[in-house]
Design a protein around this ligand. Structure first.
Ligand SMILES: [Ca+2]
Length: 123
């Protein structure tokens, strides 16, 4: 009698152990899909969702476009050194160099953060 009770408990543990992660996984992926479909990017919302209703309205979208334009202007100001409104080969090369340097700097920062995290784990 006792053996069968233990067996039943074991069965229950195994079953719930299997079922629970599966259902929670299904819920999570469903949520994620819903999230991606409906809601714009979190950073975008933080920046452009002025009335904080969780969506980017037409007005907010227009502001976003203006911002992108300003960013492009800033970009041209930075790299269009002769001011002709186009990027020459030299200017493009400069841009590439700057981008690569920025990428490398970001990579270095990431590596450093990783090392720091590893150090903390070892301690
Ligand atoms: Ca130029």
């Amino acid at each position: 009698m006792q053996k069968s009770t233990i067996a039943k408990i074991l069965m229950a543990v195994v079953l719930t152990g299997w079922v629970l992660p599966m259902t929670s996984m299904a819920e999570e992926s469903g949520e994620k899909k819903e999230h991606q479909k409906k809601k714009p990017n979190k950073d975008m919302l933080e920046k452009y969702d002025v009335d904080k209703d969780g969506t980017i309205s037409a007005d907010e979208k227009a502001a976003m476009k203006e911002d992108k334009k300003a960013q492009k202007a800033e970009f041209m100001k930075k790299y269009d050194t002769d001011g002709d409104g186009k990027l020459s080969m030299d200017e493009k090369a400069e841009m590439k160099k700057a981008k690569m340097e920025a990428k490398q700097a970001a990579k270095d920062a990431k590596e450093k953060a990783k090392e720091k995290a590893n150090d903390m784990v070892e301690e």
